[in-house]
Write a protein that binds this ligand. Structure first.
Ligand code: PLP
Length: 280
């Protein structure tokens, strides 16, 4: 099931053409997006997602997204959804058509969540570490690389996932060349050790994750220590849990890294899922 809505509050047919061939989102991946989890009609972290959309747009020198328009489109998708309990709700905004007046193309698209997501949430997954080719300081030094923006140019991230599949895994932990953990292609890395959760700082050029933030809020309230600190790849092998946090997949534990089994984290993972769900 899919429901498509435009920012003026109208619905559109998701099976019919909508985007012009000269749209810069299509031609150059020039635009920004968000993917939001909706459960039982309630979008999770909608405010932080809209904030992040605005942040990404600013990094790309795009106009400020029409927040009220996106909220209207979200409402239309939710009001017309008759599918399952959960929706992956995508908000997209591009730079509009080439040579146009700069009016962005924008829409909200609700989609079903596939069986692979449910399987990964339940069973965890195997990941590989892959060099992302970025080093600390690059985000400030080279803002044109758009590090930490959720731009539509995700071809590199998807290529990394295909490389993971070639290596017999289904996910990626990106690293710096010097062996520091960055993020997944569509997720934030969270490491549990005792009652401490750690995630790498987004100043390394990472997307600030809304799921990780929600988990850290809940964990801090429950008395855990939460810290934003660099994490070395070597530290992943003896952690109590290595988790990939992302809106649609929620918290997925990594059970195997670069072909090596990690310590069994099923219990810790269940505890973290309970903490995360307590936010909603
Ligand atoms: N990092 C990257 C590169 C992502 O694309 C995503 C989400 O797709 C995340 C982290 C996780 O962000 P969130 O938890 O807000 O979905």
């Amino acid at each position: 099931m899919r429901v498509l809505a435009l920012l003026d509050g109208t619905q559109a047919d998701p099976d019919s053409p909508l985007i012009r061939v000269d749209d810069l989102g299509l031609m150059r991946g020039d635009g920004v997006f968000e993917t939001i989890l909706v459960v039982d009609g309630k979008p999770r972290e909608l405010g932080p997602h809209l904030d992040r959309l605005a942040r990404s747009a600013a990094l790309l020198d795009l106009p400020d997204p029409d927040r009220a328009g996106f909220e209207r489109a979200v409402d239309v998708v939710l009001a017309n959804w008759s599918g399952g309990r959960e929706i992956a709700l995508k908000l997209v905004m591009t730079r509009g058509v080439e040579g146009g007046d700069g009016t962005p193309t924008a829409f909200a698209l609700g989609m079903d969540i596939g069986p692979k997501v449910h399987a990964q949430r339940a069973e965890g997954l195997a990941a590989v570490t892959l060099d992302r080719g970025i080093e600390p300081g690059l985000m400030e030094r080279a803002p044109w690389l758009l590090l930490s923006a959720k731009s539509l140019s995700y071809a590199v991230n998807m290529a990394a996932l295909r490389e993971a599949e070639r290596r017999g895994a289904s996910e990626v932990v990106f690293t710096t060349s010097s062996g520091s953990v960055l993020e997944g292609p569509t997720s934030t890395v969270v490491v549990a050790r005792g009652k401490t959760l750690t995630t790498p700082p987004h100043s390394l050029g990472l997307l600030p994750g809304t799921t990780q933030a929600a988990l850290f809020r809940a964990a801090a309230r429950a008395g855990w220590t939460v810290e934003v600190e660099p994490v070395a790849v070597d530290d992943l092998y003896d952690a109590d849990a290595v988790v990939l946090a992302s809106s649609v997949r929620k918290l997925t534990r990594v059970h195997t890294l670069d072909g090596k089994a990690l310590p069994d984290s099923a219990g810790v993972h269940a505890e973290l899922v309970e903490l995360y769900e307590s936010e909603y």
